[in-house]
Design a protein around this ligand. Sequence first.
Ligand code: AHM
Ligand code: MG
Length: 334
Amino acid sequence: MSKLTTLVDFIYEKQADFPFATGELSRILSSISLASKMVSRDVRQAGLVDHILGAQGVDNIQGEAQQKLDLVADTAFINAFEQGGDVCGIASEENDDFLAFPSAHAQKGKYVVLFDPLDGSSNIDVNVSIGTIFSIYRRISSEGTPATLEDMLQAGTEQIAAGYVLYGSSTMLVYTTGKGVHGFTLDPSTGEFCLSHPDMKMPERGRMYAMNEGNINTCEPGLKEYIAYCQSNDNDYNAPYSGRYIGSLVADFHRNLIKGGIYIYPAIPASPEGRLRLLYECNPLAFLAEQAGGLATTGRKRILEIKPSALHQRIPYFVGSKLMVEKAMSLLQK
Ligand code: AHM
Ligand code: MG
């Protein structure tokens, strides 16, 4: 029987890769793992709470009134980071502004974390996979002072680590520190994340495309042409690809990471900059994609090289198998 490696074992084994971090990065990843277990538990109880306990007027275990799940997740992660002492501030999709942690203890932290606490929120109420996406940067401002906006607005190339937690048929944590992509599955009986997908590689091509095709008529000609190519017999498989759109970026990305595929959220008249957020969604998944051998672009340029100008900046997004993203880009640029 092969040895079971838990996330904790794995992180500490890999700590030597980051001599400068002396355990800090490991502790941040442990905080993420802890918060994500709490969120996973709440996600698993969501239907119960809303439709059975909620309907009977029963409060949750803490006796608090029920909050929206995305706010519960936001709070769980913020608390974990603030208490850990290695993170001096955060920015999250749920908060208009970034948060500089006020305590002297937190201000000594060398890192900031940017995250989407619960991606795919339109799927929460219908029992479809959702996830948390995160990105870790070293701060630019001086240690011992409050975190600044400049700390948050760094290009994706500066990420120290990134990853996601997928609350799917099982809960998985997938992360990179720039040395490959590793996936861990939560064993609900022991509460441990166990290494299940070491050194994940995204196939160079795949037969699945993910896009909200309700928007196709308003897309630019090059993108219409790419989708027509996917649907035709005149492509690299000589047969139509399968359309698969979960509507939770994390879940669509995870499937494409394993099976090969492309995810597209373009600029459309209803969302002229695209829908997805550069800092909380696009950059972390772009780092993972590249580490797994895939690509992430706006359709024209590399996501990781974009210098952010605002916290909630949106950007068109083409991410997935290398050859598929390259093909889409070649048609867009024609
Ligand atoms: P969210 O962070 O508010 O959930 O928005 C991001 C989500 C992605 O997970 C998903 O792929 C996309 O928005 C779905 O958008 P649409 O309903 O326009 O297809
Ligand atoms: Mg999101």
